[in-house]
Each structure stands twice: as C-alpha cells, then as structure tokens.
Design a protein around this ligand. Structure first.
Ligand code: F0G
Length: 357
C-alpha cells in the first residue's frame, strides 16, 4: 500500500486549498496501544492507552503539523522554512523541507538538544545554527528573521502546524470508536495540547463523536510556567524537548484545560525517567523523556485517587521516539546490563545460565 499522510486522510477537516499538492512522508496512522500491565500495576479500573507518536516518519508528532505547514508554504511559493527548536521540530522541518525541495534553517539552544535530533537535522540538509541562549530566545529570534528574510516560520505559532497536529485527536477517536475520557499530554511550548483540543472539539462539532476528553497537561517541574502562572526564566529539566519557560500557546493551553475541566500539573524529572523506564521495560515502548511526562502524570494522579470515580479510557500521548536521545538511554541502563565476556561458548553460557526460565 502506498503511504497516505494526514492531508489525504483528513482533507475535508483541514484548511487546505483545492489543488494543493501535499508534501508528505506518510505521517500519522500511529498505533494506539493498550498498556495492560501498567494499568494493573497502577490499580486503574479504566483502560490505559498510549498513542505512539514516535512512529511518525521523523520519530515525533511534529510531522503531522509539518506536512500541512510545508505543503502550504510551498503552495504559496515560499523557498525556505525557519524554526526554533528543542530538536524535534528542527528534525521534522528539515525532512519536510528536503522533500519539498526547499531550504531549512533551524535555531537550536546550544548544548541542550538530544544528539539524535541534531543528527537528523544535519542529515536532512538543514542549516543548523546553535545560539548561546535557550529555546525561548531562539523563538524570538526566528520570529524576527522570518519577517526579514521572507522565510516560512514553521513553529507552532504557525496555525497550519496546529491544524495538522489536531489530526492525532481525530485518530484517537477513530481508533477507540469514541472520544477518550481523559487525554494526557506533555506540555512545552503548548502547541500540541492546543491542537488536540481543537481536534476533539471539531470532531464533536462535525458529529463524528459525542463527547470530548478531560485534558490533562503535564510540564516538567523545573520548566512549569503554566503551573506556576508565570514565565520561567531559566527552565531546567532532563526532558530537553520541553525545557521551555515562555510557552507561545499559553492561552490555548489554558483554554484546553478550562473548557475541558482538566488540569495542568508538574511532574518531577525522577518521575519522568521512571515512567520512561517502565514503558520500555514493562510494555516494550521506548519513548523519549519528555513523552513519558504524560504517563508520569497519569500515574501520579492515579496514586492521588483522581480516577476513583472515572469511567472510560485514558490515553497518554507519547510524543517522540526513545532513540532521539541515546545519551539518556545509556544513562537509564544499569552498569551491569552489558556483560563483556570472551568469544567462547562457555563464557557466553555462563551468563545465560538460569536466565531462560
Ligand atoms: N514532546 C516532545 C517529544 C517534543 O519535542 C515537544 C516539543 C513536546 C512534547 C511539547 O509539545 O511544545 O507543543 O507543547 N518540542 C518542540 C521542538 C518545542 O522544538 O521540537 P508542545
């Protein structure tokens, strides 16, 4: 089967003009996986699912938005795209620009981007600029540069990005056959929670589902401006993807929270890493640290009894693939997990002894 992307699949629900040729890599259509073991361990009486967005073409949910943003930019005759990024947006913008025959310029916070993402941006041929500042500063800079040089700004401040990303909400509803009762999601620049809420409300309005979920957004404790109610000047977290102190879609996130009767809460780095480890070890799903904030948040709420009277499924959005951040993967491993032995049967057998039962 030839891959179809989110524009082909949901065209009637997207603001794309007739005659637009999609720039697509077959994004979307990601699996919704039941997390049965974690569900039991957490004592949840409602089904727990993961929407595995790491299975998109460049390994994150950004591809859903990028196909729409880049397709529209090319349709309007733009020759280049530009973005600020903690890594995933850069990788995605670079890939879709390459596919569109356009140039890509990405501004990254120096030393704060996971190596897999940097490698992707370079591999796809983007011009990579590291600034001596954080993501929030990079976003200010690309806003100015996009005007000065007539480049398409493909951060989530571009509404086309959110339009594409909202298709994940459509898919979750299609996969469940209903809207979930709860949707848990990591929050950084707050574009994705805004997009999901847009998607769920649109799907209800279109008569495709009856309800909408309660939105549960989670920020890393050291980068939690929405929880604190004010910007964080020096955001810090192991989850570099969401190390953001001034979310651009601040209002959108609060609207999603308030209109759905949901919450935006903080989770510690330790809880994020624990959730990441359990997803990999207990369920076979390897996501990057930022992604695990959604599960960390749900486990925290479960412990607090938040879901006591709940009915209906809870879906955790796992936003990016674990291989994006190989350093973290190595750090997660116990030192004795790799066993070095001689290249003979007896040495290998000694390690395996008793391990098969
Ligand atoms: N998870 C991952 C893996 C991300 O890369 C991001 C954002 C988020 C969650 C948060 O999404 O910003 O819409 O609230 N990454 C952006 C980037 C900032 O540059 O790649 P958000």
């Amino acid at each position: 089967m030839i891959a179809t992307g989110v524009i082909q699949r949901y065209r009637s629900l997207l603001p794309v003009p007739e005659g637009l040729e999609p720039v697509s890599l077959g994004e979307g259509g990601t699996p919704l996986v039941r997390l049965g073991r974690l569900e039991r361990q957490a004592g949840l009486r409602i089904p727990l699912f993961a929407k595995v967005e790491g299975q998109n073409p460049t390994g994150s949910f950004k591809d859903r938005g990028m196909t729409v943003a880049v397709s529209l930019a090319r349709h309007r005759g733009r020759r280049a795209v530009i973005c600020a990024s903690t890594g995933n947006t850069a990788a995605s913008a670079a890939a879709y620009a390459a596919r569109a025959g356009m140039a890509a310029f990405v501004l990254l916070p120096q030393g704060a981007v996971a190596p897999g993402k940097l490698a992707q941006a370079l591999a796809y041929g983007a011009t990579v600029v590291e600034i001596a500042g954080n993501f929030d500063r990079a976003l200010q800079l690309v806003r100015a540069m996009s005007e000065r040089f007539e480049m398409e700004l493909v951060n989530s401040v571009n509404p086309a990005r959110l339009e594409g990303q909202k298709t994940a909400a459509f898919e979750v509803c299609d996969q469940l056959g209903r809207a979930p009762a709860y949707l848990a999601i990591p929050v950084g620049n707050a574009g994705n929670i805004t997009a999901y809420w847009q998607g769920f409300t649109q799907y209800r309005q279109a008569g495709r589902v009856e309800g909408v979920p309660v939105m549960l957004g989670f920020q890393a404790a050291g980068a939690a401006p929405l929880v604190r109610g004010e910007p964080v000047e020096q955001p810090e977290t192991v989850a570099t993807a969401i190390r953001i102190g001034r979310p651009a879609s601040w209002e959108g996130a609060l609207r999603a929270r308030d209109e759905s009767g949901g919450i935006i809460a903080a989770v510690s780095d330790a809880a994020i890493l624990e959730a990441q480890r359990r997803l990999a070890g207990e369920e076979g799903i390897f996501c990057e640290p930022a992604s695990a904030a959604s599960l960390a948040g749900v486990l925290q709420l479960a412990r607090d009894g938040y879901f006591r009277d709940a009915s209906g499924p809870v879906v955790c959005v796992l936003t990016g693939h674990g291989l994006k951040d190989p350093d973290r993967a190595h750090a997660m491993a116990r030192p004795d997990q790799v066993r070095r032995v001689g290249a003979d049967e007896a040495s290998v057998a000694a390690v395996l002894e008793g391990g098969a039962g």
